[in-house]
Design a protein around this ligand. Structure first.
Ligand code: C5P
Length: 236
């Protein structure tokens, strides 16, 4: 298949569950994401193990700290050999630039989270962010692009507007909150099908439970990849 567009979220609290799942997946059909839960439980050894199995790893630790600390953490992630790592765009320009400069060029990709989709207008007001979530996300996306990062994490609903503002195809939009049309929403408030996400301009789709809780994870992955391929043929 062409380049895999699905990043399977390995949201587990132990290594065994994560390995049981990846052993059912074909490494040419997806990439995998290790987030705070699994990394805290299983650490860099598991990341190395996943890479030895041939999977490209998105280390989703969303670094947010002073520029030097974030830069050093990104450097260690790159030394591990991960495919992609991320930070919070709201850490500011100096932090974004320091993180970018800490990574060897052309190796590990660096993307930034704009506004967490769990934050609505009320929650943003509580932390003193009074503009609309979409406006803040658009501004943080532009800042991320101007700082020379490789892309952002945003909701698939935001992707269409952000893609209009930032048409460069080498600036990736990575979107969680994806559900096949017939699948359970779980705790995601706003969900988008893989097809709509691609039509909105998303480049990579983060998908967890529809695959990890499927009775046949590989078959579900293949169905989702098929939907993505047909969406691509509709726009190309
Ligand atoms: O199981 P599900 O497909 O909902 O998993 C989504 C993954 O994307 C989780 O790992 C979650 O942490 C991540 N994520 C999200 N919403 C965001 C950012 C990340 O669901 N705004």
């Amino acid at each position: 298949m062409s380049e895999p567009r699905i990043i399977v979220a390995l949201d587990y609290s132990d290594k065994k569950q994560a390995l049981d799942l990846v052993n059912q997946l074909d490494k040419t059909c997806c990439r995998v994401k290790v987030g705070k839960e699994l990394f805290t439980a299983a650490g860099p050894q598991l990341v190395e193990q996943l890479m030895m199995l041939g999977f490209e790893v998105f280390l989703d630790l969303k670094f947010h700290d002073i520029p030097n600390t974030v830069a050093q953490a990104c450097k260690v992630a790159a030394n591990l050999g991960v495919w992609m790592v991320n930070v919070h765009a709201s850490g500011g320009k100096k932090m974004l630039l320091a993180a970018r400069d800490a990574l060897p060029p052309g190796k590990t990709k660096l993307i930034a989270v704009t506004v967490l989709t769990s934050l609505d207008q009320f929650a943003l007001n509580e932390i003193g962010w009074y503009r609309a979530p979409m406006d803040i996300a658009t501004q943080l996306a532009s800042l991320t692009r101007d700082c020379g990062l490789d892309g952002i994490v945003c909701s698939a609903a935001e992707a269409a507007i952000i893609r209009k503002n930032i048409p460069q195809k080498n600036f990736w939009l990575v979107t969680p909150g994806i559900r096949p049309a017939d699948s359970a929403q779980h705790d995601q408030a706003r969900v988008t099908t893989p097809k709509v996400a691609i039509l909105n301009g998303a480049d990579y789709l983060v998908i967890g439970r529809p695959i990890t809780q499927s009775a046949n994870p590989m078959a579900t992955l293949q169905q989702l990849n098929h939907e993505i391929l047909s969406a691509y043929s509709a726009i190309n």
